[in-house]
Design a protein around this ligand. Structure first.
Ligand code: NAG
Ligand code: NAG
Ligand code: NAG
Ligand code: NAG
Ligand code: NAG
Ligand code: NAG
Length: 468
């Protein structure tokens, strides 16, 4: 009798359990209060109701995600350092706890978003870099405290990479950090060797501060004769510098540090990378290709780079919308998400934003540049402003954790909604869908011939998670 009762209790418990797959929904939508907001769970049904289907399948697996993040520019750090400890902690938690940022970028020497021009060795012809000092620059008092605060929140699972905008003025063929001749570096083996050593010194100095360096890009925007810090390399010059100077130097000093080429706009990512990757003496030192969004989407160029050179990873390394002083614009977040989805679906392993923190004028910086950032600070009232970019980034970064693997996500019956899907390390299928239309969109999320009925409001983005 007792056994029967236990059995009965067991079956009652067993069959009262829900064996339908629960899909959790997190949503951000204009004209509503939804900002990374959990919505009611939905479930799979046996029949579809919409003429639009987003069909998921985990039969094929694609790239593994490195992570998402933003840049520790001097501008970001200056804004951060002006806040009291409570507000600083709020910023760190916003990015590293709430959004799960796990990648960061830091300029090597000054850039357009520095307060002034600086390098770590301004002594002319100091080829051995005997006068090289991190304290000569601004890093020790600006970006390093902010990076340390981020590392405290993330633990060791953080990927930081450095990018130079310009070598010191005495290595430049125009004699200044601003602007660039073609080529930007003085064409002298002593200069090339010294500039290669500079990367190694920079990595050593950061590591001495307890900040592990995961990677570097060879040059920020090597095709851009910028008004601020710049240094132009043709693809062949970048290949030469890598093959005969930087590659051997880092192979000896820091063999695990990832080397990324290009780091400029997607319009030329395929052509530039192809030149370098077809030269075996340079290609053997390359780990990945980094690229920026400013020329427009060009997802086909990213995809083609993967298809022809599948052994190198692809990383979106910079993006932002300008100007920053015009107030919050919803469309900025949609631009981010459109680019993130397109890049991820073209094999990018991550997406790294530009300045993490700017003031309400989009500064400070020594070029009067004015761009927006996902979080901005009103330094007068000490108000933290979250722009749409923050929430749109979060719809990806919070859920598509490092180690997630992309799976098939096919949109049938629509050209104007966008989606990408991943299998996360804890076994969930996570799908991000964006509707940037002025009207809602109805669709079925299909998995294993089952259909979840979804209504996505106008100008919204949602993340759907379930255990397959
Ligand atoms: C089963 O799932 C449905 C739909 O989400 C829900 O309404 C119901 O409360 C669940 N039942 C149990 C026992 O969890
Ligand atoms: C799809 O369904 C919507 C209503 O949900 C309707 O407005 C639209 O015309 C349909 N499109 C096609 C191509 O059938
Ligand atoms: C930090 O600054 C904010 C904004 O000015 C203020 O409200 C808060 O009280 C300050 N916290 C501390 C601990 O000083
Ligand atoms: C890439 O190079 C090819 C061959 O030189 C040229 O036809 C093509 O226009 C280039 N593409 C871009 C985007 O510059
Ligand atoms: C930046 O703007 C300020 C104020 O408008 C102006 O005085 C200064 O000359 C500008 N600097 C540059 C480099 O354009
Ligand atoms: C580069 O240009 C900016 C803006 O005009 C100026 O503030 C800065 O001093 C210049 N730096 C150098 C090294 O010439």
């Amino acid at each position: 009798m007792k056994q029967i009762l236990i059995l009965l209790l067991f079956f009652t418990f067993f069959f009262s359990q829900n064996f339908t797959q629960i899909i959790h929904v997190i949503q951000t939508a204009e004209f509503t209060g939804d900002r990374l907001t959990p919505k009611a769970d939905i479930t799979f049904q046996s029949t579809p109701i919409s003429n639009i289907t987003i069909k998921l399948s985990d039969a094929n697996k694609y790239q593994t995600i490195l992570g998402f993040g933003g840049a520790f520019t001097e501008a970001a750090a200056i804004n951060f350092n002006k806040l009291n400890a409570t507000l600083q902690q709020q910023i760190i938690e916003a990015y590293y706890v709430n959004l799960n940022y796990r990648v960061g970028r830091v300029p090597i020497n000054s850039c357009d978003y520095s307060a002034s021009s600086y390098s770590f060795d301004d002594t002319p012809d100091d080829y051995s870099l005997s006068q090289w000092k991190l304290s000569n620059g601004h890093d020790l008092h600006t970006v390093i405290p902010m990076i340390k605060a981020a590392l405290k929140a993330t633990g060791p699972n953080f990927h930081l990479f450095g990018s130079p905008w310009s070598p010191p003025w005495w290595m430049k063929s125009n004699g200044q950090m601003n602007g660039s001749n073609r080529p930007g570096l003085i064409n002298d083996p002593l200069i090339y060797q010294s500039w290669a050593l500079y990367f190694s010194k920079w990595i050593s100095a950061y590591e001495a501060e307890g900040i592990p360096i995961w990677g570097i890009t060879i040059q920020n925007e090597p095709g851009f004769d910028a008004p601020g810090e710049a240094c132009i390399y043709s693809a062949d010059q970048e290949a030469d510098f890598l093959a005969y100077y930087l590659g051997p130097q880092l192979k000896t000093d820091y063999p695990d540090v990832k080397i990324m080429i290009y780091d400029y706009n997607k319009d030329d990512v395929y052509n530039y990378s192809k030149t370098i990757l077809n030269r075996a003496e340079a290609a053997k030192y390359v780990d990945g290709v980094a690229f920026h969004w400013y020329s427009g989407p060009y997802f086909e160029n990213v995809l083609k780079t993967h298809e022809d050179f599948p052994e190198y990873f692809l990383l979106a390394s910079e993006a932002c919308v300008c100007p920053g002083s015009r107030g919050a614009i919803w469309y900025s977040g949609e631009q981010y998400a459109y680019d993130i989805i397109g890049d991820l679906n073209s094999w990018a392993v991550g997406w790294v934003d530009w300045n993490m923190l700017l003031d309400m004028l989009g500064g400070p910086n020594h070029l009067n540049a004015s761009c927006a950032s996902p979080i901005m600070i009103d330094q007068n009232s000490k108000t933290i402003v979250y722009n749409s970019e923050y929430y749109y980034m979060g719809q990806f970064s919070k859920f598509i954790l490092p180690g997630s693997v992309r799976i098939d996500c096919q949109i049938i019956g629509s050209q104007d909604i966008f989606a990408t899907s991943f299998l996360t390390p804890d076994g969930q299928i996570v799908t991000v869908v964006m509707n940037l239309n002025d009207v809602p969109r109805f669709f079925d999320l299909e998995f294993n011939q089952k259909f979840a009925h979804v209504q996505l409001p106008q100008h919204s983005i949602a993340t759907f998670s379930f255990l397959p």
